[in-house]
Design a protein around this ligand. Sequence first.
Ligand code: ADP
Ligand code: 5GP
Length: 190
Amino acid sequence: MKKGILVVISGPSGTGKGTICNRILSEMDNIEFSTSMTTRDPREGEIDGVHYFFVTKDEFEKAISEDAFVEYADVYGNYYGTLRKEVNARLDSGTDVLLDIDVQGAMNVMKDYPKETFIFIRPPSLEELEKRLKGRGTDSAEVISRRLSEAEHEISLADEYGYQVVNDDLDEAVAEVKKIICEEHDKKAR
Ligand code: ADP
Ligand code: 5GP
């Protein structure tokens, strides 16, 4: 049985990672999303166990002590982590796994799994990123300004990734990411 590939989608908050991941999941076969655990509060419409596993800080720290995570990070004051149970069984059974994680998390996965597929999603510009964060309407002005000030540093790390895709026109960005996944799958499914 060939194993699946791990596809890590990363980049600044508001750059369109979630939007691109949703398109990938609805348009491609044989790839599933790894639902992360987080201590942040659910946004309107978010479902526990689908978008995230929403837990308390104590519950998250218990999971850390049980070595439940492939990686975890403190992102803008909340914990977020990739659960081993979301990733390993799928890869073993030949299903590709999609992660939507922040840049520090991606760097940690890169250290442990350097041969996996890392895609940095770039915003067309910082001005456009600010527009998208504001337009999404899910975060306070304070949270948005924190996310924007992180974005510049995050973009400076883009060259560490195997692939970079600019999310200007959404359809084009989705097509590029799909092409990368197909090619890596054919090359690496093992
Ligand atoms: P992330 O998951 O990276 O934080 P989202 O997927 O939530 O980002 O996207 C942030 C906002 O930008 C959303 O309102 C989304 O609809 C919008 N968006 C995503 N991609 C594009 C694009 N190519 N052009 C214009 N707006 C976009
Ligand atoms: P949001 O709060 O907007 O859903 O996500 C904030 C940031 O956390 C995004 O950049 C998202 O990619 C990242 N994130 C989501 N899940 C994880 C995870 O499991 N690990 C890490 N390191 N980052 C995550």
